[in-house]
Ligand binder design. Structure first.
Ligand SMILES: [Fe+2]
Ligand SMILES: [Fe+2]
Length: 248
């Protein structure tokens, strides 16, 4: 093994894009979003929390990705102590329960903005998010542990958008949103550190690292596009091009 600090190099490679997600988030809120812009953002956020698995496949026959995950967990009860470890099972249960809570807190804010109870149609996937999921799915299905580990690192984008939104104040929507985002940020803030450590452990060669880093950057770029769309495009295409040119 080399004495390079792959963990830190991976974090450094993704950080400019996580910072861009934070920047896009700050710009959205500082421009005093309209009700429609809030609805667009929160409908997309509710969708994402209901479908939190990285690179999930088709969810036909299920209410959403979380339903599919929980159904899978219920089915795997039969494998407990027959190949599936209790600790892995517990970790997955806890993670999905956290995601369910994220859905609850974001849905409550959307309901407040809409001024009516939600229906299942209120969760909306935007096109850049669909593209992001598809890109992740290709990597997750690649059979390459380096690409899979890179995908784990892309969950939440370093939690930077949640962090920014958790600092909002100054109005009823802002206060409610900040409270919701604090819940999500609490759960997500250290994910990237663990994921980066685990990713570094998978690296056995220079080529492994290069493949991993390339996938990490490609997904991180698409994450910025996803955030920018969700927040009604505060970042211009020229700025996007410049960000990519500087950091790819
Ligand atoms: Fe998450
Ligand atoms: Fe979440």
């Amino acid at each position: 093994m080399s004495d390079r600090n792959y963990r830190q190099e991976l974090i450094d490679a993704a950080m400019p894009f996580w910072d861009a997600e934070a920047d896009v988030t700050r710009r959205f809120f500082s421009r005093k979003p309209s009700r429609d812009q809030y609805v667009k953002y929160l409908s997309a956020a509710v969708y994402k929390e209901l479908n939190p698995v990285i690179g999930y496949g088709p969810t036909e026959g299920y209410a959403n990705g979380l339903h599919m995950e929980f159904q899978g967990l219920v089915d795997r009860f039969k494998q407990l102590d027959r190949g599936i470890t209790r600790r892995n099972f517990l970790a997955r249960l806890e993670m999905m329960t956290e995601e369910f809570e994220h859905y609850v807190v974001v849905a409550e804010v959307l309901e407040f903005v809409l001024g009516r109870p939600l229906t299942p149609d209120d969760a909306v996937q935007l096109p850049e998010d669909a593209k992001l999921n598809e890109m992740r799915r290709v990597n997750m299905d690649s059979g390459d542990p380096c690409l899979v580990a890179a995908m784990e690192m892309t969950e939440g984008g370093g939690a930077s958008a949640f962090r920014e939104a958790s600092r909002l104040s100054g109005g009823e929507i802002e206060d409610r949103l900040a409270a919701a985002m604090k819940v999500i940020h609490r759960d997500e803030e250290n994910h990237y550190l663990n994921a980066a450590r685990e990713a570094a452990e998978v690296i056995g060669s220079e080529d492994d690292f290069d493949r991993m880093k390339r996938a990490l950057i490609d997904i991180s770029i698409q994450r910025v596009r996803m955030r920018n769309e969700m927040f009604s495009h505060p970042m211009s295409e020229a700025e996007m091009t410049e960000l990519i040119a500087r950091n790819r």
